[in-house]
Design a protein around this ligand. Structure first.
Ligand code: FAD
Length: 369
């Protein structure tokens, strides 16, 4: 079976890797549009503190975190060492006592009988600052030891490399879709038809453009995120935990003395690939309020990504009804680096006709109107 995957972000790269493992003949096409979400995403893998409560979305979010150990182990066994993954833990912090208590109740409820979440403990402000020194002096924290962070650029590249080592091919191109003899076909930018038995569209915020010629209304829009990268030269940040305050901003650290503060959530942004004064101000103000110790850090860059935002928080995953050989995976929104690897495995199993480890019924895409 020959499968064509359009889009090699976290979701498409994982789908390709898992399908190649199942023995399919895989071709991956990716244009790497400016603002590809996987290149900008922060990389927090910690579903257990979220305030959002949609049950079927949360099921996928939690399953995504659970799958990470298996994924990382499998890639390491294949010789992949540059993955950027670290189980560094997370500190949940709140400015108001009532919010802190509610967060503690939520985390304890969500992590009961969830071994991958690790241990949950309450830290004094001094204990919290030992783990994350720039933190404000008056903030106690809830520590989740199983939380992780991942450099999505490295992980997606590792999955693609692994897929290619298993026989998949990769081409850089901006393709589109058309109907021919009642079947979808993929057309390259030079007009050539790229043959496939099955087509999987994992094209993120751009997917509606290529599904529209098939008569499909695909309701995924770009949601712009601006995310600030700082450096603390000479400081060993690799093991610092993720910081999860109550709002939508957060902090996490990487191996190269880098601390990241995220992020704006700009609906109706279109594909406006610009760092704005307001975006930069919003993110830095939120970060420095919680971690004033970062005030003297060096600003390295601000990345921009377009989250693929569906009308509801639930992702869209499955075969498109009424169109033979077409599968869509999209709408991973703000949680796609957590959900993407597992969702990609589910799409691979679905297309290869294997038993699914999770039902995708709740995430089914719409057919033609
Ligand atoms: P993308 O990564 O956008 O990939 C889609 C690819 O399809 C692109 O490369 C594009 O060029 C390609 N494509 C599109 N159309 C075509 C075409 N016609 N031909 C060829 N190629 C095409 N998630 C978390 O779990 N934790 C986080 O901490 C987190 N932080 C985030 C912070 C920010 C600032 C942002 C923006 C996102 C964050 N996310 C996070 C969400 C996560 O990054 C996304 O949900 C995820 O990366 C989406 O992956 P994707 O593969 O669906 O899309």
């Amino acid at each position: 079976m020959r499968v064509l995957i359009i889009g090699a972000g976290m979701l498409g790269a994982s789908t390709a890797y898992h399908l190649a493992q199942l023995g399919a003949e895989v071709e991956i096409v990716d244009e790497e549009h400016q603002g590809k979400a996987t290149l900008a995403g922060a990389g927090i893998v910690c579903p257990w503190a979220t305030k959002a409560d949609e049950p079927q979305w949360y099921e996928m979010y939690a399953a995504g975190a659970r799958y990470y150990d298996t994924l990382i182990e499998g890639l390491k066994e294949r010789g992949e060492t540059s993955i950027g993954y670290g189980k560094v833990g997370a500190l949940v912090v709140a400015e108001e006592e009532a919010e802190f208590d509610a967060a503690e109740e939520r985390v304890l409820r969500r992590t009961k009988d969830v071994p991958e979440a690790g241990t949950i403990s309450k830290l004094t402000p001094e204990e919290a600052r030992k783990l994350f020194p720039p933190l404000r002096e008056d903030m106690p924290a809830i520590h989740i030891s199983g939380a992780a962070r991942v450099d999505a650029r490295l992980l997606a590249a590792a999955m693609l490399r692994a897929a290619v080592s298993l026989g998949a091919t990769f081409r850089r191109d901006n393709v589109t879709l058309a109907m021919k003899d009642d079947k979808p076909v993929c057309i390259g930018s030079s007009g050539e038809v790229i043959e496939a038995d099955e087509i999987i569209v994992t094209a993120g915020a751009w997917a509606s453009r290529i599904l529209q010629p098939l008569g499909l209304h695909h309701p995924v829009q770009p949601q712009k995120g601006q995310i600030v990268h700082l450096s603390l030269p000479g400081v060993a940040t690799a093991k610092w935990p993720v910081i999860l305050p109550m709002g939508s901003h957060y902090m996490l650290s990487f191996d190269d003395s880098r601390v990241v503060i995220g992020a704006t959530r700009e609906d109706s942004s279109g594909f406006d690939y610009r760092v704005t004064a307001a975006g930069e101000h919003e993110v830095l103000s939120a970060g420095l309020k919680i971690a004033p110790g970062l005030a003297n850090a060096t600003h390295i860059e601000t990345r921009i990504g377009f989250r693929p935002a569906a009308p509801t928080i639930r992702p869209i995953l499955g075969r498109v009804p009424g169109i033979q050989g077409l599968t869509v995976g999209n709408g991973l929104g703000a949680s796609g680096l957590t959900v993407g690897p597992f969702a990609g495995k589910c799409l691979a199993d679905l297309v290869a006709g294997k038993n699914l480890s999770a039902s995708l019924d709740a995430y089914a895409p719409q057919g033609r109107a």
